[in-house]
Design a binder for this molecule. Structure first.
Ligand SMILES: Cc1ncc(COP(=O)(O)O)c(C=O)c1O
Length: 411
């Protein structure tokens, strides 16, 4: 007999819900923000370039251009890559919608590429197959914090004359074949949203080695103006010429002060994330009904999230039932991500279902387990216990027979 699930009236593994992610703010962060507020600069002050330098240094890039979000970073990168009306931009099917929306903002067309079944990162062969003479950029997403196959994707991008934009919203601190994410693609975008590795509240940054891209990115975040406020002020210029149609994507000094303080703990938080992931891989790897995604041997995974794939053939219920049962046990599981083109906005624009079969098959099976640096060993024990409990129940014969006889089972 398997243990009675909380959803069937049994005792939950834990009372208080454990979220899938949680930010961490300490007293040093609070002091850093207070000091910025007292500094006389709220925006376009010295904390912005200081933060940009710190992120560029830790990623090994020559330049960092900070903006208001990871989404703004993607928009700016696509602009700097010259993406415009009539162009196509290749984007993985499994990602957050923002990775694809950047192309739409510029009047271009996102073209979705399928993912690999083992890592859920974009499949370079499928990217190559979907390139056309109109391909202007390839967006590579480092899904869950694992770098995409950047060498293969760079080769494809170069041979097509397209830019490689790496969406590393999940991958601050990750490495690929001994190189740091941020120093590999033409432009690499990061997000500093609270669930990410370091936060500025909301924020983003583009890392690049290219002088020209850095110049275009800086203009784009500042209305397309050729000079920034401090330069203009120092030269007593009457006005700054607007040369591009840019936006106001300027991040504040207050946000950058928080980001700098957060970065000082990045290495510890990456280590803690890796420890938790290691425990999950060790303790859930052999559990029936579930597969943990593969990790390539030549990467440092940043473990932004911990996705698992359900073996639906071995379960008697679907993913939604498992999600609801785990939440009843106090484990705040989530799903990352629905294939972007399944969103109603994209469905209304003629993206057919079936476009990327491996992504669609993975989506039906995906679940994200809680993973954040302040999780205790006890929290990790609870997740392991709940996953084992729920999956044992939904794979066992007796649970199936009891449910089919109507003996308690809302699933
Ligand atoms: C893969 C990916 N790209 C882009 C973004 C957008 O970042 P932001 O929320 O900072 O705009 C996210 C946010 O979660 C993301 O997960």
């Amino acid at each position: 007999m398997t243990e009675r699930l909380a959803i069937d009236g049994g005792r939950p593994v834990r009372e208080a819900m454990l979220p899938y992610g949680r930010h961490a703010i300490d007293e040093e962060d609070v002091q850093a923000v207070a000091a910025a507020l007292r500094s006389g600069w709220l925006t376009t002050g010295p904390k912005v370039p200081e933060f940009e330098r710190a992120v560029a240094d830790l990623t090994g890039a020559r330049y960092g251009v900070a903006v208001t979000s990871g989404t703004a970073a993607l928009h700016a990168a696509a602009f700097a890559a010259g993406v415009g009306p009539g162009d196509e931009v290749i984007v993985p099917a499994i990602t957050f919608a923002a990775s694809a929306n950047a192309a739409l903002y510029l009047g271009a067309t996102p073209v979705f590429a399928d993912v690999r079944a083992d890592t859920l990162n974009v499949d370079p062969d499928d990217v190559a197959a979907r390139c056309s003479p109109r391909t202007r950029a390839i967006v590579a997403v480092d899904f869950a914090g694992q770098p995409a196959d950047l060498d293969a994707l760079s080769t494809i991008a170069r041979s097509r004359g397209a830019a490689l934009i790496e969406d590393a919203a999940h991958a601050l601190g990750a490495e690929y074949r001994g190189r740091r994410v941020g120093s590999i693609a033409d432009m690499t975008t990061f997000s500093f949203h609270p669930v990410k590795h370091a936060t500025t509240g909301e924020g983003g940054l583009i890392a690049t080695d290219s002088d020209e891209s850095a110049r275009r990115l800086r203009r784009f975040r500042n209305h397309g103006l050729e000079t920034e406020f401090r330069e203009r002020d120092a030269r007593a210029d009457i006005y700054s010429p607007m040369v591009d149609l840019g936006f106001n994507y300027r991040i504040t000094d207050v946000q950058c002060a928080l980001g700098l303080s957060q970065l000082s703990r990045l290495e510890d938080s990456l280590k803690r994330r890796a420890e938790i992931a290691q425990r999950y891989r060790g303790e859930l790897g052999g559990v029936g009904g579930l597969t943990v995604p593969a990790v390539a041997p030549d990467v440092r995974h940043a473990w932004h999230i911990f996705p698992v794939l359900l073996d639906l053939e071995r379960l008697r219920v679907d993913r939604r039932a498992v999600l609801i049962a785990l939440r009843a046990e106090g484990i705040g599981v989530a799903v990352h991500y629905v294939p972007v083109y399944w969103h109603p906005y994209y469905q209304a624009r003629n993206y057919a279902r079936g476009l990327c079969p491996r992504a669609e098959q993975a989506f039906d099976r995906l679940l994200t387990l809680p993973l954040f640096p302040s999780m205790t060993e006890r929290d990790v024990d609870d997740v392991v216990k709940a996953v084992r409990k729920v999956l044992a129940h939904y794979t066992s014969e007796d649970a199936w027979h009891r449910r089919s006889r109507g003996e308690g089972g809302r699933a």
